[in-house]
Ligand binder design. Structure first.
Ligand code: IYR
Length: 228
């Protein structure tokens, strides 16, 4: 059987990997700081109009694109939407889908799970945040008309988005992971090929001066870690 890789077209040769070993006390310091900084990450829904250097967003995308992926197929596309008209169309379509969702499509159980967060159909951040990033998962690889399977697509793109959110936060930016449902309109508005399916819409910027977030509590370590 021949090795197959859409990007490289050849097997990956084993090359030495010898990162300098970090002294343990330094590791512990870094880990504590990181843990503290990540505790401060919050999903933000009100953005400042203040401009954001595009390089910060590109650097965060570059971090996301280092994520591990099934068979190293890197099944993601990050569409950075600039055009105000396109953003207005995305907002209008998303708000229309959300209207149907909040008016009943979600069902009572889902709606009551959202009540503590206070979300609604109003999505001003889609047009107002300095950047709008739409992440697509590549359901399969498209080579002309030929389709090749991709593996663990949702897991791979989910990990990449997690890394993106971490990078944005550590660079001082705020983001919102928005998943309008259904999201088919995004592939249409952004003219994506048929192998791509929207995964999340991520407005990015600085929090508005008067931004508020729900006073939520994160699970403690004793609730998330089990040792055996
Ligand atoms: N997509 C809707 C509803 C929504 C769903 C979940 I799960 C959330 O954590 C938040 C919102 C919306 O964006 O309002």
């Amino acid at each position: 059987m021949e090795p197959w890789s859409p990007i490289h077209g050849r097997p990956f040769a084993p090359v030495p990997y010898r990162p300098a070993r970090m002294p343990v006390d330094e590791s512990l310091q870094v880990a504590t700081q990181l843990r503290h900084r990540m505790q401060q990450r919050r999903t933000v829904r009100q953005f400042s109009p203040d401009p954001v250097p595009e390089q910060l967003v590109l650097d965060a995308i570059a971090v996301a694109a280092t994520a591990p992926s099934g068979a190293h197929q890197q099944p993601w596309t990050f569409v950075l939407v600039r055009d105000p008209d396109v953003r207005a169309r995305i907002r209008a379509a998303a708000e229309e889908e959300e209207r149907i969702s909040y008016e009943g499509r979600l069902g009572d159980e889902w709606l009551s799970a959202l009540l503590p967060l206070g979300t609604d159909t109003h999505k001003p951040h889609l047009t107002d945040a300095p950047f709008l990033l739409v992440v697509f998962e590549q359901r399969y690889y498209l080579d002309g008309d030929t389709q090749h399977k991709h593996y663990y697509v949702g897991e791979s793109v989910g990990i990449a988005v997690g890394m993106l959110l971490t990078a944005l936060h550590l660079s001082g930016l705020a983001a919102l992971t928005h998943t309008p449902s259904p999201m088919r309109f995004l592939a249409e508005v952004l003219d994506r090929p048929r192998n791509e399916k929207a995964f999340a819409v991520i407005p990015i910027g600085y929090p508005a001066d008067d931004a508020v977030v729900p006073d939520l509590v994160r699970k403690g370590m004793d609730q998330v870690v089990v040792e055996r």
